[in-house]
Ligand binder design. Structure first.
Ligand SMILES: [Zn+2]
Length: 426
């Protein structure tokens, strides 16, 4: 059992900030949160958190971890050129080992910036799963799928096998999902069968949707409908869907997303950097869509610090609506934790609450940018640097302490990354 004592607790429940409060962790779950010390245990580990904010870790609902390997090599170009001229050719050469070390690097960056859950989708997913297992992070692993000639049925079978193997593994720390790349890289028939199987298996479909204006206008030309409307007609949203981007939406699209409880992974940095448009966050909020936040891959962001995307979501909400009251700091933090976790299939993650998974970060209160310690919600939402995260606990295990990751050898991973860079430049 672990006791975190005397912390400033941001539980993100209905309760306000708790000063000098304690969190008791029993196994992988939170047993107690409060200041009345209603417990009597002998603890294996006691963490004195008097100098820390204690809160749920951040949840990155859309990323491609191993794309950190392509960080900085394709800037200042549009999505189509970015994918076809740079990213796809490199990806075709990536080995499982490259993806494993790339994922480890991406996970180290995630932990160092307070992210305790990631929803990844890529290929060589066994290699990603290995990296996830070793680091101790919580993850939803999406088996990437795209249509190719007559391979769809075989690919779907492989995906099913992957999902059966990993879903709910590692004490529920790992979930698996089906991850069709996008409506423009998968046939409608394929998307329909993927959704059907995902529903039967009770797992999430994680996909890119309405990322560019061209994707939407091409569908309208062919089908007279947006991708969302066409997919709805095909029964795609019968499964639980986590849709990344959702930039170009009309009234019917909003209605479908709302009625089908589709999770939206907002990736504003990636959208803005690729010049792919601006998600209409005020309209999403007024339609009460289920909003989570993602970083997307580091080739289009170019880092995995969810804090930055979170802040951008807030500023777009306020800026696009000319209304500073829209989306307050606590609501924003809940979006970046609890709601994000729900969207990707974790229903007991993202709050400091009895029975919830113990995914907790400790943030240094006396760092210059966080002084004076006036309003903790505001400080985390608007002032915190990713490097203010000191300790990370996931599923009841201490994964990082004093900014040192305890589960993987950081230096050894860095060495492998240097080797990889040499290899691709030869
Ligand atoms: Zn993406």
């Amino acid at each position: 059992m672990i006791l975190i004592k005397n912390g400033t607790l941001l539980a993100l429940t209905d309760e306000g900030v708790i000063d000098t409060g304690d969190v008791v962790i029993d196994g992988s779950r939170i047993f107690y949160v409060g200041k009345e010390k209603k417990y009597d245990f002998v603890f294996d580990t006691v963490i004195d958190a008097k100098d820390f904010f204690v809160m749920p870790g951040f949840v990155n609902t859309h990323t491609h971890l191993a794309m950190v390997l392509m960080r900085g090599i394709a800037d200042d170009v549009a999505l189509k050129q970015w994918l076809q001229n740079v990213i796809f050719p490199i990806e075709s050469k990536l080995t499982a080992d490259d993806v494993y070390f790339g994922s480890l690097l991406g996970l180290m960056e995630s932990l160092k910036t307070g992210v305790t859950t990631v929803a990844d989708f890529y290929f060589h997913m066994d290699a990603v799963a290995k990296a996830v297992k070793e680091t101790g992070i919580r993850a939803s692993l999406g088996f990437g799928l795209a249509s190719k000639f007559d391979m769809d049925t075989i690919k779907l079978k492989l995906a099913e096998k992957f999902v059966s193997k990993y879903n709910n593994s590692e004490n529920g720390r790992i979930l698996a999902s089906f991850a069709p790349h996008a409506p423009y890289t998968c046939t409608l028939r394929f998307l329909k069968s993927i959704s059907k199987v995902a529903k039967e298996m009770g797992v999430v479909v994680h996909t890119h949707l309405h990322e560019t204006e061209k994707e939407v206008s091409d569908f309208k030309k062919i089908y007279g409908k947006s991708p969302i409307q066409k997919l709805y007609e095909e029964g795609f949203f019968n499964a639980k869907v986590n849709a990344a981007h959702c930039v170009f939406l009309d009234e019917n699209d909003y209605k479908i997303l709302k009625e089908n409880r589709v999770g939206i992974a907002l990736n504003p940095q990636s959208n803005l950097k690729l010049g792919s448009g601006i998600p209409d966050i005020p309209k999403m909020l007024s339609n009460k869509l289920l909003l989570g936040i993602g970083t997307d891959g580091a080739a289009s962001n170019n880092n995995l610090a969810l804090l930055e995307d979170m802040r951008l979501v807030s500023f777009l909400a306020k800026g696009l609506s000319n209304n500073p009251e829209l989306l307050n700091a606590k609501e924003l933090l809940r979006m970046a934790t609890f709601q994000g976790a729900e969207n990707i299939g974790f229903s007991d993650v993202g709050l400091l609450k009895k029975g919830f998974r113990a995914d907790i970060i400790l943030v240094k209160k006396d760092n210059i940018n966080l002084l004076p310690n006036t309003n903790p919600y505001s400080l985390i939402a608007y002032s915190m640097y990713p490097s203010d995260v000191d300790t990370v606990i996931i599923d009841g295990k201490i994964v990082m302490q004093n900014r040192k990751i305890l589960t993987v050898n950081e230096e050894a991973v860095k060495k492998e990354i240097h080797k990889y860079i040499k290899k691709i430049h030869n």
